[in-house]
Every structure is written in C-alpha cells, then in structure tokens.
Design a protein around this ligand. Sequence first.
Ligand code: GDP
Length: 194
Amino acid sequence: MKVHNVFLEAVGTKMDQYPAEGLPEIAFVGKSNVGKSSLINGLINRKALARTSGQPGKTQTINFYNVEQKLLFVDLPGYGYAKVSKDHRAKWAHMIETYLLNRQVLRLMVVLVDIRHEPGEHDKMMVDWVQANGFTPLVVATKADKLSKNQVQKHVGRIRKGLSLKESPIIPFSSVTKQGKEKIWEAIEEALVQ
Ligand code: GDP
C-alpha cells in the first residue's frame, strides 16, 4: 500500500473513546521497547508519528492511527515492565482483553518479539490468547539488523518453537534496513480482504 496520509484518529483507554467501528483494524502488541513504535513508523513512512517508548508508570492508552482512510493501525500498550504494580498489570490486561474480545473490525493481531531473545511468558500468553480468540497472529521478529543472516533463520526457528507456532508466519523486520516491510504489508493486505 502506498502510504502518504496518516493521522492519529483517537486515543483512549475505554471502548466509548475508541473510533466508531468502520474501517478494518490491524493491532500491534508486544513487550515494551521491542520496537513497536519503530515498526509502525516504518510501515507508514514516518519518523516519529507513533510515540517512542512509553515510560513505566505513564498512562497507557490505545492509539488509533488512520492510514489512508482505508484502515486503522491500533497501537496497544506494551507489556512487561518489571516494576509495574499488580493493579497496573490487571488494568492493562483488562484493556487489551476488552479490545480483543469486542472489536468486530479487528482483522489481524501483529505480535512483536525481539529476534535476539527467547519469547517470554507474556509473548506466549499473547499468542495463545490471539489464537484462542480465533485469530491467526502475525509474529514480527524485530531488530533483525542486530543479527547475521544465518543467525536470523536460527532465531526465527527458536521463536517458533518458543511460541509453539505451527503455521503462522514469523517475519523478521528491521527499522534500520526496513527488511521485512514489504512482507508485513502483504500480510496486512491479505488480512484486509478476508
Ligand atoms: P517500543 O517501546 O516497542 O515502541 O519500542 P521503540 O520503537 O521505541 O524502540 C525501542 C528501542 O529499540 C529504541 O531505542 C529504538 O531505536 C530501538 N529499535 C527499534 N527497532 C529497531 C530495529 O529494528 N533495529 C535496531 N537496531 N534498533 C531498533
């Protein structure tokens, strides 16, 4: 998709603050610092529309970016800050779960993992959750430029095993080289026509 026009359409923490359901939605989720903002900005050819790294303890919101009046990119808050309280974690889970379970226009969940690391408990939970709700997750393995080509394939295998993923795709991506960008767009466009 050629992307020229993108704007932040809505920011919220509750269903009634989200845009009226109309355009199809592609949601992005992952551990904080995994490279989610960099991926979103890379896909829409912007340097910094999506915010970089929320601070621990900062209000976490769901941000909806309107892409070409054709779809919405939904930036879900990151998980996995070691320091956040139980209460904070419960709020996060509630917000994500409510979004996932109620949004009819959700077409694809993009789950981001850092290509260098074994998937963590939250990553597994997220992927299982997405599958349990009838979606095929698109796993994007970020920061691929930090590994050699050989290592990339090896780590993709490790991530697949760690997440117990059989057929769902895992696409290595780098916001530095833009490796993987076309493939991710293809997967998004495929999800839009389903
Ligand atoms: P978020 O918290 O998931 O939104 O992560 P950010 O997009 O803010 O990225 C966190 C950090 O990782 C920043 O310092 C980025 O510059 C860096 N980063 C993100 N993606 C990449 C990538 O593909 N390659 C490299 N080398 N660094 C990246």
